[in-house]
Design a protein around this ligand. Structure first.
Ligand SMILES: [Zn+2]
Length: 279
């Protein structure tokens, strides 16, 4: 496990110097600019291959894409709010959901993902849709598209930010939860990085968010996403103690393993068709 963690920290250092939206090794976005990229110096480092966990040690392992979204809104709103790097166009998002429906994908929850890994079943066309931070635009633009197709989604909430400018309100969250389609999960209380957090801080941050979600009738909270994608052994221990069964990183890729439930990989989705992300 130490080796795996070392790998995560190495990745974190690497991802921090890459602009969001271009982290995934399978990111198709640069392709449109390929001729330019060859002629112009680029600050994007060549992605190094990421070694996959050994299924004999960590398996069963399966290819299950977990898609990561942040803001979903019109490009004009993203530009106005300086959120272009963590935003995707709502019309493209709608096209992506239509594509998943046409291709016969089944959307699943983090609990269902863990269950299929543990049982070693071989489902095809399963996908997990995740939305980080709990932005208000989820209610306006993403949620209606999920409802349209009866898709499951998971929103990782920094509960201390609820009701703030640009964030969901508890009333909207309650309405969304009423659909039965959306899982609200833990993303700490104040969107605190766990990378260097003490056990006391991790307990407070993760525990407070879990308690607040459950007090609003959104429990049981069984899943977590690391703010800024930075995992830690200390935080993992806290997650185990709190009964949280899965944790999601920003390590790119679809390869998920039953014995690495606190290191789920995710694909950061931008404004390209999902087919270009391997779906
Ligand atoms: Zn976040």
């Amino acid at each position: 496990m130490v080796g795996i963690l070392g790998l995560f920290y190495g990745l974190r250092l690497k991802t921090e110097i890459i602009s969001p939206g271009k982290i995934s090794t399978s990111s198709p976005e640069p392709s449109a600019n390929q001729p330019l990229a060859e002629a112009t110096p680029t600050l994007i480092p060549t992605p190094t291959p990421i070694p996959l966990p050994d299924p004999k040690v960590y398996g069963p392992c399966r290819e299950v894409p977990v898609l990561m979204y942040h803001h979903v809104q019109p490009a004009s709103a993203a530009a106005e709010k300086n959120q272009k790097n963590v935003s995707m166009n709502n019309e493209v998002f709608a096209q992506q959901m239509a594509y998943l429906a046409q291709r016969g994908y089944t959307t699943i929850t983090p609990d269902e993902l863990l269950s299929l890994l543990v049982t070693g079943s071989h489902p095809v066309k399963r996908v997990v849709l995740t939305f980080d931070d709990g932005y208000a635009d989820f209610y306006t633009y993403a949620y209606p598209e999920l409802v349209k197709y009866g898709f499951r989604g998971t929103v990782f909430m920094a509960t201390g930010l609820v009701g703030g400018a640009d964030y969901l309100t508890w009333s909207q969250i309650s309405e969304i939860a009423g659909s039965g389609l959306i899982t609200f999960a833990d993303h700490t209380w104040s969107h605190k990085t766990m990378g260097n957090a003490s056990e006391e801080t991790a307990k407070y941050e993760i525990g407070t968010a879990k308690t607040q979600l459950e007090e609003h009738g959104l429990g049981p909270v069984t899943s977590f996403a690391y703010p800024y994608g930075t995992p830690s052994k200390i935080a993992e221990g806290v997650l185990v103690d709190l009964g949280i069964k899965t944790a999601f990183t920003t390590i790119p890729g679809n390869y998920q393993c039953a014995k690495l439930p606190y290191s789920m990989r995710r694909t950061r989705i931008g404004n390209s068709p999902l087919s270009s992300y391997g779906l």
